[in-house]
Structure formats: C-alpha cells, structure tokens
Ligand binder design. Structure first.
Ligand code: MSP
Length: 521
C-alpha cells in the first residue's frame, strides 16, 4: 500500500471541557492514522478546535471572560488530553488563528465573486446548541425543542447573506449516487439521500457581528456581519493545508493532501459534512472528500452523552480510567466494545470484564507465560518457528494469516471491532495450543526435545504478531510487549505491515518484565 492519506476529526467547540465523545472520534482517527502510516502511506492527520460562534460567546460571558480568553484556556485541556491519550496528529488548527481567519475571508470572497452568495432575510427557529436554523416543520415535530440537546429553540429574525445551496443539490445527489463510499456507513448514506429528496433551501451564512461580540470572521463585503460558524469551521479542512494560498509563507500542502481520504465525524454533524461542505466545495470548484464516515454515539440513560445534558464521562473520569488501567486500554475498549458506526452504552462493568478476559487473561497471559518458558527451558533464546504444515500449529498459523490478510480491509472499512476480535481469536488459539501441547510437561520429560523448541517458537511468533497488530491501538503497551520478546520496536513511520509469519530475524533474547496487563478485581 502506498500513496497519501489525509484524515481529519471534527474541530471541537471550546465552550467546555473535552469528554469521552471527543476522545472517541480522535482515538479512532489516531488508530487509522497509525495503521496507515505503518502500512507505508504518507499520512496527514488534522485535528483542532472550533472557537467562534454563539456557544463560545455565551460560555465566555458566563465565565466573565472574553471569548478569546476562554478559548485559550479550554484549548489547553484538549491538547493535554490528546497527549495523555497518545494522539499523534500532524497539525492542530484553531479557528481563531490568523492562518485560518484570513483564508476563510478569502474563500467567502471567492464565493461572492462567483455569485454564490446573495443578501436575503431569515425569520425562523434556531438551535443554539447545534448552531443551526431549523425549519418550521422540523421545529413543530420536535415540540420546538432541539432534537439533539432537548433545549428550547430560539426565534431568530435578521437580514442575512445566503449561500446558493439549492443550486448544488442535484450535482451532489448525483455524486452520492455514483460514489457509494462517499457517505459511510451505508445506513447514514440512505438517511442523507432520503432527506435530500425532501428539498433543501439556501443556507444562511452570516450573523450580526455585534451579537457575536465581534468574535468571528467578518464577511469581506460587510464587516457588520460575521461568517456563520459552520462555514468558518468546515473550511478548516482546507485552510489547514494552506488553501487558498495567500503568499504568507504557509506551506502549500493542499496539492499533496487534498482531497481528504476520510472526514471522521459523529452522526450529529453528518448533514453539515455530507451536504453543506461538499456543496461549498462544488461551488468553489474543488474536489470532494473521498469519504465522510459518521460513527455513533456513546449513550447514557438512552441519550447521547453531551455537555448540555451533563451525562457524560468527563475529562476527570477519563483520567481515572487511564490511571486505573492505562490510556492504551481506554483506546482499546472504545473501539472493541461497540461496532464502529453503532451507538453504545458505556459501562464500567464491561470496561473491567473486557480488560480481564481479553488482556489480563488473554494477551498478557500469553506473553508472560511464553517469555517465562523461553527463559526457563531455552535459556531465553527464541528459535525459528515452524511454518504451516506441521501438526498442531495449523490453527495458530491460520489465525495469524487471517489477521494479516484481513487487516487492510478492516482499516479501509473502519471495522475496528472485527480487527481487534481477530487479535483475540489468535490469542485464544495460542493459549489453547499451549494447554493442548503442554510444553511444561514436555520440558520435564525431555528438556532438549526439538518439539519443545517448536512449540515455544510458535507461541512467541503468535504473540509477536498480536503485538505488532496491536501497535495502532495500544502504541505503548504493544511496544513494551515487543521489547519483552526482544523485538526491536519499529519507528513511527517505518513500514511494518503486512507482517509475515516467521518473517523475523530469529535467535532473539527475551527480557522478563512487569506483567503488561495486571488483573483488575
Ligand atoms: N464544532 C463542531 C464540529 C465542527 S467540524 C467542522 C462540533 N463540535 S463538538 O465539540 O460538539 O464535537 C462534536 C463531535 O464530538 C461529534 O461529531 C463527535 O465526533 C463527538 N461526540 C460528542 N459527543 C459524542 C458522544 N456522546 N458520542 C460519540 N461522539 C460524540 O460539533
């Protein structure tokens, strides 16, 4: 596999602290980025913060700060959390940065030049949590409450600039039709197709600057208005690549990385990414992203965990999980316990159970018993493993090959649960193989038996492959485990995949270490 891979997360609002929902998207993006890097692709991974808009202004006013001060405080929590969770992004964009603001102004100017924007008036309902106008029908259907936060909709009436969104709906629908990969998963694609059929109106893309404490990007033709926060925010995916070029010394990454290979988002913001964003790109005559993938929600009490409902796993609770288990385990759990794309309930019982079953008793046990036996019976040196065909090893080798062969497909389809499931299957097969072949009994009978060496080499090879394939999800733990096996830990950016059964320079010396995944009771 080669070529470039540009992946983005949503940029998160800085009106409040990060929580598990934000961590979820960002972890998934990091795992994909690491997986693609290790498969030899030139990866660019972008994340950042969305700092303009009414939500930030209101939160700042409540805290007695101006919006810029609030953003400066909160952004630190996002950066710190990403560091704690071992998120390796290439760029972190803040929409308050000059590099972004100047480019948003330029993009809007280009839309004006292309007659894509006109002055009109808006009178209707507004969902402040979502920063979105709501049609009368939708408002009535939801009893004038936000379908996302449950908060009352607010009446808005103002002169506004409109983007000729409706002009682009037909070409967009044709694109969606001919590119099944454009909106994923398929169920979300169908939702968008159905909603498009109901008709789409032009989009209001400006707000009165004074109502936003002049905190926003001014409309280039009318500075009394600010660019609507969603137009401003969506643009980050290209402004971060230095587009449009402004001769300000910013590297021109656009030619190398655009279009995005994946915009990873939650389903709450699919419409913005699957309709507004591609239509803006069409109006600017720019290529569309390859895939917009909308994952599901972490729920609590049947409702989406959110800051507005206060039912979320907070930054502090994330810290507790990192301390009680490890940051790597939080990464593993979030991707393993729920099929990516579906909703899930967060349960601390399940958190402990999966840890003990799959990691403490599973991978961790396989690693520690293998290392111990190699030390005790083979003076610490791992011999070359047998290849397929030998009796007894077929299942372990077959499972390892399945994992290796299926990995690129799982990554391409974001099927993290199946990918981690295949690791667990390999671990289970290898632990069973030990029970069945009883190397400890063999060692008592004949310590020099070649069969004993074969069995232990098979176990060591299975666990090497497990750890290699765990690297994107558990970068720190997998590296520690590989060191115990005497395997040099590959550099970030080194091509690691596909691995090969027996594809290693043998005669490695194991190093005993602390248990990788101590049991939690
Ligand atoms: N600022 C906008 C996005 C602009 S992108 C150009 C925004 N920000 S947000 O802070 O509200 O973050 C939204 C994202 O956080 C969701 O799309 C999703 O990725 C993630 N999640 C927030 N709560 C979540 C859950 N309860 N469950 C899963 N993910 C959720 O919207």
């Amino acid at each position: 596999m080669s070529g470039k891979f540009y992946i983005t997360t949503p940029i998160y609002y800085v009106n409040d602290q990060p929580h598990i929902g934000h961590a979820y998207t960002t972890i998934a993006a990091d795992v994909l980025a690491r997986g693609q890097r290790a498969a030899g692709r030139d990866v660019r991974f972008l994340t950042g913060t969305d700092e303009h808009g009414i939500k930030i202004c209101q939160a700042a006013a409540r805290a007695g700060l101006n919006p810029g001060e609030l953003a400066d405080r909160v952004v630190v929590h996002f950066r710190d959390l990403w560091k704690r969770l071992d998120i390796r992004y290439d760029d972190f964009i803040r929409t308050s940065q000059d590099r972004h603001r100047a480019r948003v102004g330029e993009l809007v100017r280009r839309l004006l030049d292309r007659d894509q924007i006109y002055l009109g008036a808006y009178d209707g309902w507004y969902d402040e949590g979502q920063e979105e106008y709501v049609t009368e029908n939708d408002a009535r259907e939801n009893d004038y409450l936000s379908p996302i936060s449950g908060r009352p909709l607010v009446r808005h009436s103002e002169e506004s600039y409109f983007f000729r969104l409706s002009r682009w709906i037909e070409p967009l629908a044709a694109h969606i039709e001919s590119h099944p990969e454009f909106i994923q998963p398929a169920s979300r694609r169908n939702e968008v197709i159905s909603k498009l059929k109901l008709g789409v109106e032009d989009l209001s893309i400006s707000r009165q600057a004074a109502k936003l404490m002049n905190w926003g990007v001014p409309m280039p033709n009318d500075p009394a208005c600010s660019v609507y926060v969603w137009i401003d925010a969506l643009s980050n995916y290209i402004t971060a690549l230095g587009y449009p070029p402004l001769g300000d010394g910013q590297e021109d990454l656009f030619a190398s990385y655009w279009p995005a290979d994946i915009h990873l988002i939650g389903k709450d913001i699919l419409w913005f990414h699957a309709v507004y964003w591609p239509c803006l790109l069409l109006a600017l005559d720019l290529p569309l992203p390859v895939t917009v993938f909308a994952h599901g929600w972490w729920l609590h009490g049947g409702k989406k965990m959110s800051k507005s409902l206060g039912n979320f796993i907070s930054r502090e609770e994330i810290e507790d999980i990192c301390r009680d288990y490890s940051p790597d385990y939080l990464r593993y759990f979030l991707l393993r316990s729920v099929k990516f794309g579906d909703d899930g309930n967060f349960s601390s019982g399940q958190l402990k159970e999966i840890y003990n079953t799959e990691l403490a008793n599973g991978v961790g046990n396989l690693l520690s018993r293998t290392v111990k036996m190699v030390e005790k019976y083979l003076s610490g040196t791992i011999p070359r493993p047998p290849s397929a065909g030998k009796s007894g090893e077929e299942e372990v080798i077959g499972r390892a090959r399945d994992l290796i062969e299926s990995f690129p497909g799982w990554m391409a389809r974001l099927e993290f649960q199946s990918y981690l499931g295949a690791i667990v299957d390999l671990e289970t097969a290898a632990n069973r193989y030990i029970e069945e072949n009883k190397p400890y009994a063999l060692a008592r009978e004949d310590p020099a038996s070649p069969r004993l060496a074969e069995i232990l080499a098979t176990c060591a090879e299975a666990v090497r492959i497990i750890l290699l394939y765990l690297l994107p999800v558990m970068p720190e733990k997998a590296a520690q485990g590989l060191e115990m096996l005497g395997v040099e830990v590959p550099d970030q950016g080194a091509t690691v995949y596909p691995a090969r059964w027996g594809g290693y320079d043998w005669s490695r010396t194991v190093k005993k270490g602390k248990p990788l995944f101590p049991r939690r009771d």
